[in-house]
Design a binder for this molecule. Structure first.
Ligand SMILES: *Cc1c(COP(=O)(O)O)cnc(C)c1O
Length: 479
């Protein structure tokens, strides 16, 4: 199997050609999902005792499976949070796959971990975190939020000196926090309570204080973390981070900032001041696979004090102990040697999240940053902000449309006057069916509205115009 015979050579060329051809499609076809029954009929049996051969499997993927996946990088894929990986990051994803790197430990993957840490340093610098800060790339924001909150709970228990060993934890978020915070609460068997948001969907200092004041003393003692969102997924609204930081400091509670989508805006000088206070957080996440131009799946999870995360997450087993030899854990003491000096030679990415084996999924992001430079990132994020806001100007100018709220980042919420849920759905389905755009309705305070999210520097104002113009004609559906 490992012999590089002529069949392997042919397959190598075919797969590489496929990857390069896909990468060069500008734009790629939008495509759409198909029902299971259609896929069964079209793809046939693919896994057989004798194998169908790589070329045939590649053919079926290219002809049947790939067109049944929506191209998230299409410039008019504006639903949810799209993706727009750079050429450099895609190419390097191929290299990571080919390199068989175990990136869970320094012993096995020092070079890769070093490079990932360079990329994490860029993220820490964006947020204004100190040199001792650091963390790990995990699969996504959901995994990042869970791991950060586990670390927060661990610090709370440790500081309680045994008093809270059996106490159920309480996490405070906002009504507009991402669903993964509630999911983390379920996984941790912790309670999650919501702070009421203001008219723009923002968590303010006053509302957070009111929520905490309303807790009885027993519950107040159970608060392990406050989660602020730096760019809500639905509307791109940034919470009052400085206010949250003040409250967390007063209470001695962990401050986590979920910037899975919006954290990328830190790179844009035009909105950087909206994030004031983020530099005081205990942990922060941002997904490079969202608005930082990296392929799936990649979330940068960073901690102000990585040692806290290490205490919470390090797995101990006889066969793993060699990974910690000579380090803080082997000495048996809680030495914080890494804290003052930056990262030591025992930087084991496994120790900073709920995982063990891991792909070096931060490398495509690192390679792209190294290739293009951080100025290009700044400019690309600014470009998407500009296009989103120019699109909002078109909405303002269109007699049939109305902005729902003033956009803060690259998400725009708007309504089509006279339409209800049925018209929105019919229009959205038709746009996808015609291969024109993928824009889905969302909810805003009980109303069905439209939403677009720009993270792709190839999305232009003309792309937004196509969407806006198509909304002029009523699809003829009655609610
Ligand atoms: C997308 C998102 C998440 C979840 O991230 P995944 O990578 O999809 O797991 C969490 N929080 C916010 C604010 C998000 O936008």
């Amino acid at each position: 199997m490992h012999q590089h015979d002529s069949a392997t050579e042919i397959l190598t060329q075919a797969v590489l050609r496929y990857a390069v051809d896909r990468m060069r499609l500008d734009p790629p076809p939008l495509d759409r999902s198909l029902p299971q029954a259609d896929l069964v009929a079209m793809a046939g049996r693919t896994i057989t005792p004798g194998g169908i051969g790589g070329l045939e499997a590649l053919r079926r993927f290219g002809e049947v499976m790939a067109p049944a996946c929506i191209s998230v990088d299409h410039p008019r894929f504006l639903s949810f949070v799209p993706a727009a990986p750079t050429e450099a990051s895609i190419l390097f994803d191929l290299v990571v796959g080919a390199s068989s790197i175990y990136a869970g430990s320094w012993l096995e993957g020092a070079g890769a971990v070093f490079a990932e840490n360079e990329a994490l340093r860029y993220v820490c610098d964006l947020a204004g975190l100190p040199p001792s800060a650091g963390g790990v790339f995990v699969s996504g924001g959901t995994a990042g939020n869970l791991s950060a909150l586990i670390a927060a709970r661990w610090r709370w228990r440790r500081r309680a000196g045994g008093r809270h060993d059996r106490t159920r934890a309480l996490v405070i978020g906002s009504a507009n926090a991402h669903s993964s915070i509630v999911a983390a609460g379920r996984a941790m068997d912790a309670d999650v309570i919501d702070v009421a948001v203001d008219g723009r969907g923002r968590m303010t200092r006053a509302a957070l204080e009111a929520t905490i004041a309303a807790l009885d003393p027993v519950d107040r003692d159970r608060v392990v973390a406050v989660v602020a969102t730096s760019g809500t997924t639905n509307a791109g609204i940034i919470d009052d981070l400085a206010g949250v930081a003040d409250v967390c400091a007063e209470l001695g509670v962990w401050m986590h900032v979920d910037g899975a989508y919006g954290g990328a805006g830190l790179a844009a000088p035009s909105v950087r001041d909206h994030y004031d206070g983020i530099e005081r957080c205990d942990s922060f996440i941002v997904d490079p696979h969202k608005w930082l131009f990296a392929p799936f799946d990649s979330c940068a999870l960073v901690y102000r004090d990585p040692q806290e995360a290490r205490r919470a997450h390090t797995q101990h087993a006889e066969y793993l102990d060699v990974l910690h030899e000579g380090g803080a854990d082997a000495s048996g003491a809680d030495t914080d040697s890494a804290e003052d000096t930056g990262h030591d030679e025992l930087w084991n990415p496994s120790d900073f999240a709920h995982h063990l084996s891991r792909r070096a999924r931060g490398l495509p992001f690192w390679f792209s940053l190294a290739t293009y430079g951080t100025d290009a990132y700044r400019d690309a994020v600014e470009t998407t902000l500009q296009v989103a806001h120019q699109g909002a100007d078109l909405v303002r100018a269109a007699p049939h449309l109305e902005l729902v709220i003033e956009p803060e980042l690259s998400v725009v919420l708007f309504r089509r006057l006279g339409w209800g849920p049925a018209q929105y759905k019919a229009w959205s389905d038709r746009m996808l069916r015609d291969g024109l755009a993928f824009v889905t309705p969302t909810g805003w305070r009980g109303e069905t509205v439209l939403r677009y999210c720009v993270v792709n520097p190839r999305t232009t104002v003309d792309d937004i115009r196509v969407i806006i113009d198509s909304l002029a004609d009523d699809p003829g559906v009655r609610p």
